[in-house]
Unconditional design. Structure first.
Lengths: 238, 231
C-alpha cells in the first residue's frame, strides 16, 4: 500500500476510487448543496481543505497514537479542522457560509474523511497522505461541481451565477445565461434532480470504464490474432 | 496478580494522557482560529445585516446608524408581525428628522413554512419597500418573491393602507391588485397579507413610535418638536 506512486494516488482519487462516484460517500452534502456551481465549489473546496489537513495530521501522528485511542483522536482532528474551516468561511465568505450553513459543519460526518484517515493516512508517509487527501478531495469537488453545473444549467438556465459570493465582487459578471430565465427544468433543482444527475454520472463513468476495458481486451485479442495469423502464413508458404 | 492490573492501568493511563494531550492541542488550535477570525466575523455579520436595511433606505436617504438606532416592538404587536420573539424596529433618520422605520415580519403561511422579510415604512405611512430575507419556497415558482429572481417585490413601493383600499390588499385571484405567479398563489398571498398587517400595525402604533423616537432628546427639543407639529 505504501508503495503507491503519486500518479496512482491521483488516478485513485480522481477516477478509479472517486469518493462520490465509486465509493458513493458523502452523498448528503453532495446532493443537498449541488444546486449550482458556486455552492458546489464552496463545499467542494471546504471538504478538500479538511481532507488534506486531516490526512496530513493523521499521518504525522500515526506512530504516536496507540491502536485503542486511534479513532477518537482522528475524530478530534477532523472536528477541529472542520470548525476552523467553518470559522474561516464565516470570516471571509460570509454570504456563502449562510447558504451552505449546516453542510459545512456536516463535513465532519463525511465518511470520506475518516475513511481516508483510517485506510490511507494512518499507514503512509505525511507527504503522500496529504497528496491523497488533496486528490480525494479534488475528486469529490470535481463531481460536486459537475453536478452543480448540470443542475444549474438545466434548472436555472445559468452557469456560474453567484460566484461573487466565493471570489468577491470581481466575479459578479461571470454568470452565463444559457437561455431565458425561469424556463428551466424545475426538477433539476429539486432534490430528485440531484439523485437523477448523480445516477447518470455514475452510469456514464461505468460506461466509460467498460468501453475502455473492451477496447483494451480487443487490442489484446487483435495482437494475438495477428501473431497467430503470421504464424499460419509462414506455415502456408513453407 | 498485580502485574496484569498494573499493565492495564499503565495502558489506560497512557491512552488517557494521549487523548488529553490531543484535546489540549486541538483546543488551542480552535481557540487561536477563533480569536483570529472573531473580529472579521463580527464585521461580516454586521455588514450582512446592514446590507438588507440599506436596500430599503440607501445610504443617501439617512445619516444615522440603522443597526444601532432601534426601538423594541411592544409584545402585544409581535403576533401581528408574525414574530415569535422580541425584535427591534430600526429607525431611519436624516438631519434629526425621522424618515421611516424598518421592521422585521414573518409570514407564517408560505407554501413551505415561514417567509422572513423586512418592511420599510416611511413616517407618513407609505411603504419604502419590502425585501424577503429568508424563505423555503419552491425554486422557480414561489422564489420569485426574491428581488434577484423577479422584480415583483418592488410592486409594494409607495403603496399604503388606503392605496389600494384594504380589501384589495391581496392577490388578483382574490380580487386584489397584486399579481400572483404562474403556479404559485400561496406564496405571494402570504407576503401581501403580512405587509398589510405591518401597515395596520403602523397605523395603530406609528404615532407612539414617532413620539418614542424623540425620547433621546432634551425636554426642550421635545417641546419644540411638539409645537412644530401642531399646525
Amino acid at each position: 500500500m505504501s508503495s503507491l506512486s503519486y500518479g496512482e494516488i491521483a488516478y485513485n482519487g480522481l477516477w478509479r476510487n472517486n469518493p462520490a462516484l465509486v465509493q458513493i460517500l458523502g452523498l448528503c452534502p453532495l446532493l443537498a448543496v449541488s444546486s449550482n456551481v458556486a455552492n458546489a465549489l464552496g463545499l467542494g473546496l471546504a471538504t478538500m481543505m479538511v481532507l488534506t489537513g486531516s490526512n496530513l495530521a493523521v499521518s504525522l501522528i500515526r506512530r504516536q497514537v496507540s491502536e485503542a485511542v486511534r479513532i477518537p483522536v482522528f475524530v478530534m482532528i477532523i472536528a477541529t479542522l472542520t470548525t476552523c474551516t467553518e470559522l474561516l468561511m464565516k470570516a471571509y465568505t460570509y454570504e456563502l457560509y449562510q447558504i451552505l450553513g449546516i453542510f459545512i459543519s456536516l463535513i465532519v460526518t463525511n465518511c470520506v474523511i475518516l475513511g481516508r484517515a483510517e485506510a490511507f493516512a494512518s499507514k503512509n508517509t505525511a507527504l503522500s497522505s496529504a497528496f491523497d487527501g488533496l486528490m480525494m478531495g479534488m475528486g469529490f469537488a470535481l463531481v460536486l461541481v459537475v453536478i452543480g453545473g448540470i443542475r444549474e444549467a438545466l434548472g436555472n438556465g445559468t452557469l456560474f451565477a453567484d460566484m461573487d459570493l466565493l471570489f468577491g465582487p470581481l466575479a459578479s459578471g461571470w454568470t452565463l445565461h444559457l437561455y431565458g430565465e425561469g424556463e428551466g427544468l424545475l426538477l433539476a433543482i429539486l432534490p430528485p434532480g440531484a439523485f437523477i444527475v448523480v445516477g447518470f454520472l455514475i452510469a456514464l463513468k461505468n460506461a466509460i470504464d467498460s468501453s475502455l476495458e473492451q477496447r483494451k481486451a480487443r487490442t489484446e485479442v487483435g495482437e494475438k490474432e495477428r501473431v497467430s495469423r503470421r504464424v499460419r502464413t509462414t506455415g502456408a508458404i513453407n | 496478580m498485580s502485574n496484569p492490573n498494573s499493565g492495564l492501568g499503565r495502558s489506560i493511563g497512557f491512552n488517557s494522557l494521549l487523548l488529553g494531550v490531543f484535546a489540549l492541542v486541538t483546543s488551542l488550535l480552535l481557540a487561536s482560529t477563533y480569536l483570529n477570525t472573531r473580529d472579521r466575523i463580527a464585521e461580516a455579520e454586521r455588514l450582512s445585516a446592514q446590507s438588507g436595511l440599506l436596500e430599503l433606505y440607501p445610504a443617501t436617504s439617512h445619516d444615522n446608524d440603522l443597526l444601532d438606532d432601534v426601538l423594541p416592538i411592544p409584545d402585544s404587536y409581535l403576533k401581528t408581525l408574525g414574530l415569535r420573539q422580541p425584535t427591534d424596529i430600526h429607525v431611519v433618520r436624516k438631519a434629526g428628522e425621522v424618515v421611516g422605520f424598518i421592521m422585521p415580519a414573518v409570514a407564517p403561511d408560505g407554501y413551505s413554512g415561514d417567509i422572513d422579510m423586512i418592511i420599510g415604512i416611511n413616517a407618513d405611512g407609505t411603504l419604502a419597500g419590502v425585501r424577503v430575507t429568508r424563505h423555503k419556497e419552491t425554486p422557480g415558482l414561489g422564489d420569485k418573491i426574491e428581488l434577484r429572481k423577479h422584480p415583483w417585490i418592488r410592486s409594494f413601493d409607495g403603496l399604503g393602507l388606503g392605496n389600494p383600499p384594504r380589501e384589495q390588499w391581496t392577490v388578483t385571484k382574490h380580487g386584489g391588485i397584486f399579481d400572483q405567479f404562474t403556479g404559485a398563489t400561496i406564496t405571494p398571498r402570504a407576503v401581501v397579507h403580512k405587509v398589510r398587517d405591518a401597515l395596520l400595525f403602523y397605523s395603530e402604533y406609528g404615532d407612539q413610535l414617532l413620539t418614542a423616537t424623540s425620547g433621546g432628546r432634551t425636554a426642550d427639543d421635545n417641546l419644540a418638536r411638539d409645537e412644530g407639529e401642531q399646525p
